[in-house]
Design a protein around this ligand. Sequence first.
Ligand SMILES: Cc1cc2nc3c(=O)[nH]c(=O)nc-3n(C[C@H](O)[C@H](O)[C@H](O)COP(=O)(O)O)c2cc1C
Length: 128
Amino acid sequence: MQIYYFSRTGRSKKIAEQLAERYETTARKIDDHRDWLGKVNYMKAGAMAMSGKMVPADYEKPDPDQKIVVVFPLWASTMPPAVKTFVTEIGSGKITAVVTSLGSTLRKRDDFAKVIDLVGDQLEAPEI
Ligand SMILES: Cc1cc2nc3c(=O)[nH]c(=O)nc-3n(C[C@H](O)[C@H](O)[C@H](O)COP(=O)(O)O)c2cc1C
């Protein structure tokens, strides 16, 4: 089990770390080296996600023979740009997506091996 995450405010990171602990592995960060915090960056984040943009992303290369789980926040009903990069490079069909959000769910989901929606204020690590 390989657990990856992208997180702006820490909710997805927390879930990834809980899963990593459960499966006795480490949570690996998908890192775009950008600061998405603050109001202006929030707007930028939404606009970039909505337009389907990708940004370069650093991450430890996954072993293709092991299961890949990615925990990430829903941005404008879709993936954050760095997650889109990861999914495009690795192939969505191999990935179980765990999507954290406040109210809505991932719109385009059929390409993933599986999608688990974690919606609301209080999130708990799901069964994978
Ligand atoms: C740019 C942006 C767009 C968002 N769009 C949505 C959305 O469409 N639907 C929703 O329910 N939550 C939306 N959210 C809320 C986040 O998905 C939610 O707070 C998430 O759990 C945050 O995870 P994180 O702490 O790992 O960044 C959005 C947040 C951001 C920053």
